[in-house]
Ligand binder design. Sequence first.
Ligand code: ADP
Ligand code: GN1
Ligand code: MG
Length: 369
Amino acid sequence: MNDAEQTLDEALAVFDFGAPEAAVGRFGRGHVNDTFCVRPVSPQGRCFILQRLSAAAFRRPDQVMVNVIGVTEYLREKIAAAGGDPSRETLEVLRTRSGAGWYTDRLGGVWRAFPFIRDACSLPAAGTPEVFAASGRAFGRFQRLMDGYPAGALYETIPRFHDTVDRLAKLRTAAAADPLGRAGSCAAELTFALEREGDCSVALDAHRRGELPLRVTHNDAKLDNVLFDTRTGEAVCVIDLDTVMPGLAINDFGDSIRSGANRCAEDERDQSRVRLDVELFAAYTAAFLEGAGGILTPAEIEYLPWGARLMTLECGIRFLTDYLEGDVYFRTERPGQNLDRARTQFTLVRDMEARWKELNAIVRTAGGI
Ligand code: ADP
Ligand code: GN1
Ligand code: MG
């Protein structure tokens, strides 16, 4: 048994899954954490999600867990008060047999478990405007539910997470160091990113001028981080709460658009297939505003298209940086995957730039500004 298998076995023994497990297998499409599904022998038994937090992403996984426990307990109360079902509409951190919220293995890996949310799944693509709108309502509602959460209680789990200026600086450093000699293979992509240096500070500058308030935001609002009810198609639960931190609402909107308002995979190899789908964009915008229930200011609404453009640019910058650094942050299944991911993001940015007026008009109409 190798170290990874041994620590998985250790973690399995630490949590009380209530019944002997029949199978434990890798699960989901997340790029960061190691996710397993724990299935019981009896088909009537409960399934669980068991995760090892990414050491590359989180320097203090214990602080991530303090945040996640605080946020889920708060959401539980809010959802119950609104007449919802907290056991389906938010995550629940499963305690270890000794009552702890997480487990640290002998190699320092941090593990946590959640009851599996039944009859729900994440989707690789939005498919229809109705489905994408459902995710928009869910993220808008998340924004509204978190409106009263004490921001000071949250640790910054990844410093400068959505500081696009800093992300560009890190790309520059990676390209200059070029540890694997890959810079030559992505010269056009590097130029694309560096030419947009002026854009990188647009949201941060608006925040500094007092136009965009800090809120408690999700910060990883991609389509994959919403579970949909397999029977009704409605969005049930916003998951992946590791980056809930003070942030900008436009970034959550933007991450969703980046990941869902297109008809191609995030790592599409054929760039001629990559386009922003304006119908999906419009459906998400209306639903996100509906879910947010009027908490967003006119300035935040005005800047939503910038959220989309910047989150897409920033994510492309991050994929490209990771490609240059040797694919150490985002999980890859094939060589060149992070470069393909970066290219797709940049093609989407170019398309957003070309349709800029149209996107702004859609947002103004939906937001009534
Ligand atoms: P990562 O940070 O690596 O993206 P996530 O927390 O998003 O990890 O989990 C990866 C995937 O596992 C999700 O996209 C989802 O499909 C599934 N998942 C996570 N938590 C649950 C849960 N409680 N119930 C059902 N599925 C879940
Ligand atoms: C990661 O963890 P996951 O797969 O939901 C990443 C996001 C990126 C996204 C790109 C903590 O999200 O920031 O936008 O990949 N999460 C973290 O698909 O870095
Ligand atoms: Mg995820």
